[in-house]
Design a protein around this ligand. Structure first.
Ligand SMILES: Cc1cc2nc3c(=O)[nH]c(=O)nc-3n(C[C@H](O)[C@H](O)[C@H](O)COP(=O)(O)OP(=O)(O)OC[C@H]3O[C@@H](n4cnc5c(N)ncnc54)[C@H](O)[C@@H]3O)c2cc1C
Length: 505
């Protein structure tokens, strides 16, 4: 039997695939990650960007998930302090909502279930309050405060891939698995390079199917493995508007259908409003928000906002599809958000583990559980480690401390730009700016002020973070695209295409 090229191949460069790649590589396995498009190009960049326990999941008695997520909130705040930050939530309350005693009880459980170590506890509030009810209608007289955290979801995914590579994993983007079978007791995978159109075969002992919304397609069609597990596709959309309030907190609003909708301060100048929950039966036509979803979100926000929003206030929107484990619930909001791992090691032995569901928040524990499932196939695999080592760039005391260090070292550059760079790269901003002494050394510049994107960073994202297109850099490695006018985005896109040609052989 030929020796396999890899111990473990992973299909899918979303948060779950990248999290498993990081964990497995650090435990000594030879890992290959195959992503058909860009890292985080699917669900993992279309989330509400919260690291949260999920207050509303308590109503569905998802105590295991909420406890694990709350515990993870603490771990992730520690290992990625550059891209994960505490976020206070205000829950406005009136007589038509869930009773106050129920909210208070829910918040008490939320405060205590996972061990809240670093974040402020929940409390009741009376309105008007100059800070906490700033954007709300004056007739709302009370509310509650509680803590959660926010994350740059796409960067969290990419940084897991960077860490995986630092521990020896090979990361291949634009590489779609188009076929696979067990041959001589190992996996032989057919991989299409979507850039060149060529195919090749790779051999791996074990295989993880972390294809997110495509998990069932990969099982049924690509690998032809019979499985009774089903995925439930639930679309969720967001709108981005000019910032509705200046304060640092977010709002969690109960809509008249009892669902909750968030208004989250976003990228300095904006507010992110979401999400919807729409059952879909295929991925076709799910890339964009529908007019019905837009009206739903505006209606949910306007029930509470003193200054109602109009459709013309929307500057951007996005939509994603949750790949949930189908537990038979008929209401999409009630389908479990917990993850389910399905191991297949039928004849031939070589293991296949498929991932259903999960949250950005719980990806690290999901990866640990995935490797626990596979442990008997890798007797020499080392122990769990990912909760102890900072993600790349996260070796900082705080974001402010990191920005101050940058300002000392690169005093010729604008402080607000350095602050933004620190928020994207943490201590790795030093590598982005290595050798820079003046603003001219940044090379070509696009956009301006804090949200400027420069040639230095573009090259860094191509060389160190597998970026291959303008979209990868303007919308995932950074959100600079959101701050640019269309003409500037076009100019940046043409420059990025030129740099990709120059740097990628
Ligand atoms: C609207 C919405 C809001 C959400 N909000 C939150 C939140 O606030 N907090 C939170 O914790 N979670 C949230 N989630 C959940 C979270 O985003 C997802 O659970 C998570 O991103 C799923 O990650 P994944 O890696 O499983 O899937 P994906 O990110 O979809 O990754 C799967 C990858 O597999 C690749 N792939 C597929 N087939 C192949 C193939 N044949 N070959 C190679 N590659 C392939 C795809 O291109 C894709 O990149 C939200 C989800 C949605 C939709």
């Amino acid at each position: 039997m030929p020796r396999p090229d890899y111990d473990l191949a992973i299909i899918g460069g979303g948060i779950n695939g990248c999290g498993i790649a990081r964990d497995a590589a650090g435990r000594g396995l030879k890992v290959l990650l195959l992503e058909q498009d860009d890292l985080a190009s699917a669900t993992s960049s279309w989330s509400s960007k919260l690291i949260h326990g999920g207050l509303r999941y308590l109503e569905q008695f998802e105590f295991r998930l909420v406890r694990e997520a709350l515990q993870e909130r603490e771990v992730l705040l520690r290992i990625a302090p550059h891209i994960i930050h505490p976020l206070g939530f205000i829950l406005p309350h009136d007589a038509h909502m869930r009773p106050a005693w129920m909210v208070r009880l829910g918040l008490w459980i939320y405060d205590n279930l996972g061990g809240r170590i670093s974040l402020p506890g929940s409390r009741g509030l009376m309105f008007p309050d100059p800070i906490f009810s700033a954007a709300l209608r004056p007739e709302i007289k009370r509310g509650f405060f509680y803590s959660d955290a926010r994350v740059d979801d796409a960067r969290l995914t990419v940084l897991n891939a960077v860490s995986a590579a630092e521990h020896g994993a090979e990361i291949r983007v634009r590489s779609r698995v188009v076929g696979g079978e067990r041959v001589d007791g190992q996996w032989a995978l057919e991989v299409l390079d979507t850039h060149t159109g060529t195919t090749s075969t790779v051999r791996s002992w074990g295989l993880v199917n972390a294809a997110g919304p495509w998990v069932k397609h990969v099982l049924d069609d690509t690998l032809a493995i019979a499985s009774d597990a089903k995925v439930k596709l639930v679309k969720g959309s967001h709108i981005v508007v000019r910032r509705v309030h200046d304060e640092a907190h977010a709002y969690i609003l109960q809509n008249d259908d009892k669902r909750v909708v968030f208004i989250i301060p976003y990228e300095g100048r904006y507010s992110l409003i979401g999400t919807t929950d729409v059952d879909v039966h295929s991925l076709i036509g799910t890339k964009d928000i529908t007019p019905e979803e837009t009206s739903y979100l505006l209606h949910a926000a306007n029930r509470f906002l003193a200054k109602p929003l109009q459709e013309s206030d929307i500057v951007w929107s996005y939509a994603g599809v949750r790949p949930l484990y189908d537990d038979g619930a008929d209401n999409p909001s009630k389908t479990t958000r917990d993850y389910v791992l399905k191991l297949d090691c039928a004849k031939g032995g070589a293991p296949l583990l498929s991932i259903f569901g999960g949250k950005i928040t719980t990806y690290r524990r999901l990866a640990e559980h995935a490797l626990q499932e596979l442990a008997s196939f890798y007797p020499h695999m080392k122990k769990a480690w990912t909760g102890r080592e900072a993600l790349p760039g996260g070796e900082i005391a705080s974001l402010d401390a990191c920005a101050q260090l940058l300002q000392k070292r690169f005093f010729a550059l604008p402080p607000d730009y350095l602050q933004a760079l620190a928020a994207r790269h943490g201590s790795r901003a030093m590598q982005v700016l290595d050798g820079v002494n003046s603003i001219g050394d940044l090379g070509q510049q696009f956009g301006n002020g804090a949200t400027m994107l420069c040639e230095r960073e573009i090259d860094f994202c191509i060389r160190e973070e597998w970026a291959r297109s303008a979209e990868d850099i303007l919308w995932r490695r950074s959100k600079c695209g959101l701050h640019m006018e269309e003409a500037e985005r076009v100019r940046a896109a043409s420059f990025i295409a030129h740099r990709v040609r120059a740097l990628v052989v």
